[in-house]
Design a binder for this molecule. Sequence first.
Ligand code: G3P
Ligand code: MG
Length: 346
Amino acid sequence: EMSSPETPPVTNVTDKYAFAFDIDGVLIRGGRPIPEAVEAMKVLNGKNPYGIKVPYIFVTNGGGKTEQERCIQLSKQLEIEVSPGQFICGHTPMREMAAKYQTVLVVGGEGEKCRQVAEGYGFKDVVTPGDIIKDNPDTTPFRKLTEDEVKNSRARNFAEVKIEAIFVFADSRDWAGDQQIILDLLMSKGGYLGTRSETFNEGPPVFFSHNDMIWSASHDLTRLGMGALRLSLEAMYKGVTGLELNTTAYGKPQIGTFQFATRLLQQWRRDTHGIDAPPETVYFVGDTPESDIRGTNEFNEQSKNTWYSILVRTGVFQEGTKPKFAPKATVDTALDAVLHGMERES
Ligand code: G3P
Ligand code: MG
């Protein structure tokens, strides 16, 4: 094809390497895009001196809405098209648990959104804290449901409902109420609300979509995250029962998340770019040493040196401290991270 002023210059998609991005603190802060991140996407899409495009995916610990919905939002924020085929959030790999558990309590997020996520994953019977409070308002003495919550919640006879597992999909909007309900279930006879076990060892398992103690939102300083809720739940359980509580966290830095990301990237490169071979290097750009850098480094060791960690200074990590897990490179912004990877490859 001839190039004319109307047609953009020809760009080839590189099959040698790819990028993976964390979202909060790298691309977005408190719902607003970081300007350099918007530019970084343009560079990956061809606005670079090499005349190439570089494939990329997103791997966030965040969640609380469907992948589809989140991608529409991300597309607007970053001024590119983002497809669910290149997106993983904290709860995405939890969809596999729908084959194992029928009736589940799903905690966190806005309104009915997490119920919709769970039902989309194929969970057959999804209970929310709102359902439980609607059925018995005495459950949470200081939390009253809003009109909307009363309207949307599904009261039923919980004495007959066995809750088989608890999933925290997104940050709790009401720590006190949610923790009370989770504790009630953990201390119940086999997952039946309103009962108390004599041994406290027959409650449902608890799964968190990630374990970030802190994260980077719109405030200048980091905010408490789901890992903090997990820690406090474990402490409360110990306080009331005297026993240790074992819970499971998904998300970064879990190796399973990086394996999932590897499969997603492979499929994305094949389906959209016709690339069959795996990339030689995946540049992971993150702001949280404990999740992003730790996970990337540990996965790198298991994957023949194919993942390369880059830490940015726009989020959790701030200059002046030494990161607990050392990245291959530290740069200011997502744009600098992209330029670093591209220069290294050229
Ligand atoms: O709640 C989300 C936050 O803990 C982390 O999101 O995109 O930085 O992995 P992200
Ligand atoms: Mg982050």
